[in-house]
Design a protein around this ligand. Sequence first.
Ligand SMILES: NC(=O)c1ccc[n+]([C@@H]2O[C@H](COP(=O)([O-])OP(=O)(O)OC[C@H]3O[C@@H](n4cnc5c(N)ncnc54)[C@H](O)[C@@H]3O)[C@@H](O)[C@H]2O)c1
Length: 437
Amino acid sequence: MKNPNFNLLRNRILNKEARISIVGLGYVGLPYAMEFARNGFRVTGIDSNEKKVEALRSGESYIMDIGHEELREINGSGAISYTSSYDGIDDADVIDICVPTPLGKSRDPDLFFITSAVRSIKAKIRKPKLLVLTSTTYPGTTREYVAATVSDSGFVIDRDFFVAFSPERIDPANRIYKLANIPKVVGGVTELSGDLAILLFRQIVKDVIRVSSSDTAEMVKLLENTFRSINIGLVNEMAIICNKLGIDVWEVIDAAKTKPYGYVPFYPGPGIGGHCIPIDPVYLTWRMKVFNYRARFIELATDINNEMPYYVVNRLAEILNNDVKSIKDSRIFIVGVAYKKDVNDSRESSAITVIEEILRRGGRVLYNDPYIAAINENGLHIKSTKLSRKALASSDCTLILTDHAVYSYEWIVRHSRRVFDTKNATKNIKSGKIVRL
Ligand SMILES: NC(=O)c1ccc[n+]([C@@H]2O[C@H](COP(=O)([O-])OP(=O)(O)OC[C@H]3O[C@@H](n4cnc5c(N)ncnc54)[C@H](O)[C@@H]3O)[C@@H](O)[C@H]2O)c1
């Protein structure tokens, strides 16, 4: 015999009577809201951004992986509603928090969005709930902050509420692995919390993997993304080394990856971007400072990755120099500024640093990205330009920073004077104009 509130929530989840609130309707939260709704749950999506709420209500998706039609179909089913208010949050049996976890100005974790969401929820709680934190964060946050904050109001964990952490592994623009077929890791602050969260995610995800605690689940996410950061750092350093040796790093990787075991291919580039890889490992290094431990491996990879945009601009200077030109007064046409292929997200994109550095050195920059209409960050305001023959032909160098699939690279090379390709997007094109990272 567990306890009445556990049994109540358990039955409501199993019978799909549980009402679910997803807090934060971004790249992570919106797909969850839709998946729960698609699987027969009544869902309320809460987002503090009124414009997003309005867009969703009128069936306009702002996320590339979610089509307008798909959104309208779910909206039409009546299973989902959107709001910017927490007023009705107490109706929810389950609340899943999917708000951003960025770095602050001093590049320390900024938990503002989590704390403000938890405070808004806590103020309204009257009846038993399962709270799940999905936002990536350092180990301990769910237990020490989320559970402790709710307990401070007199609620007792395992009696009045349950709390778990379950990281998100969604890979924007990935056509094969989507929410329902990506195994989901879950760890409860308590045993019962874990039981409920496992049950919940089994309703929408094929494989749910239980770990022993929320701290462990938080750490799993950080291991995964730190693994990526470190391997990208390593391969970026390999690109620098290969360039010094006059060896094509792309050819090396293609050959190395034929090894059937013990090697995983990662690719170099102009730096790392997005809301995960540049940020998550820093959550861990920051946390380690409390223990007076310097996570050197992680810091080194972060350093190398952060240096890549500057390395790219140095290489650009060298390329122009060989053409008897300088960055100063040259016109550089940048192809792609999104942080990765086929996404409409320029958060933390290394393209921004590359552009700033070219401008700082007196160069002129034009860019085209079919998915990023404008960049307005750190005082940089620049709009996407049409990718025309004239624009390419009148630029001193075309700099490929994101390898979107929609581009015809053959056409780009044909109309450019010089091409610096940092993504091996021109892999199958033979031309003396091309220089690769
Ligand atoms: N984007 C990814 O590919 C990805 C993958 C795995 C994990 N994550 C993690 O998931 C979390 C969310 O990331 P995202 O990319 O979906 O972010 P996002 O910026 O796309 O979406 C977050 C949403 O939360 C809303 N919000 C902020 N504070 C709020 C509040 N107090 N109440 C209600 N809404 C609020 C914002 O308006 C925004 O729409 C982060 O911790 C991120 O690290 C992201």
